[in-house]
Design a protein. Structure first.
Length: 158
């Protein structure tokens, strides 16, 4: 019986550390959470009021993109753009939508041929973005977040 009691006491004494509480530093916990956080994926994409009833994530993204493209294309259609040669280009707008829903153009990638034919294309595209409806920012874990995305704008003038 003594060996069992001795073994029991030995296990009890050595397992006292089991009952100790580990102190967790909030900064370490935050850092660990931020490392596991996928910053490239949001819970809901930025949206317009006409898209807010769409619940499927991909459909919501497409609605947002199509609304934005429709607005830009409509603005460009009413401009009197005259060219000497045909223009067929896909312009890539890199856009930032901040956590308040404000849109900013980060960059515009245009072929040099298009730039020669339509020297004011940058200002036309920037101006077209001023006519878009109110944007509601993307949401990640219940918080409004800033997002960056690329919008392809096809310009075809014959």
């Amino acid at each position: 019986m003594k060996p069992i009691a001795f073994l029991f006491i030995l296990v009890f004494v050595s397992s006292c550390s089991y009952f100790e509480k580990k102190k967790v530093n909030s900064k370490d916990l935050l850092e660990e959470e931020l490392q596991a956080f996928n910053w490239n994926d949001v819970d809901t994409y930025p949206t317009f009021s006409n898209c807010d009833s769409i619940t499927a994530k991909e459909d919501s993204r497409l609605c947002f993109q199509n609304t934005l493209l429709t607005s830009v294309n409509h603005y460009l259609e009413v401009q009197n753009i005259i060219v000497t040669e045909d223009v067929n280009d896909t312009i890539r707008l890199k856009l930032i939508i901040d956590n308040k829903g404000l849109l900013e153009v980060e960059s515009i990638a245009v072929k040099s041929e298009t730039q020669i034919q339509i020297p004011e294309i940058d200002s036309l595209l920037r101006e077209s973005l001023k006519t878009i409806p109110k944007i509601y920012p993307a949401i990640k874990r219940g918080q409004q977040v800033t997002t960056v995305f690329e919008l392809p704008v096809i310009v075809k003038i014959d």
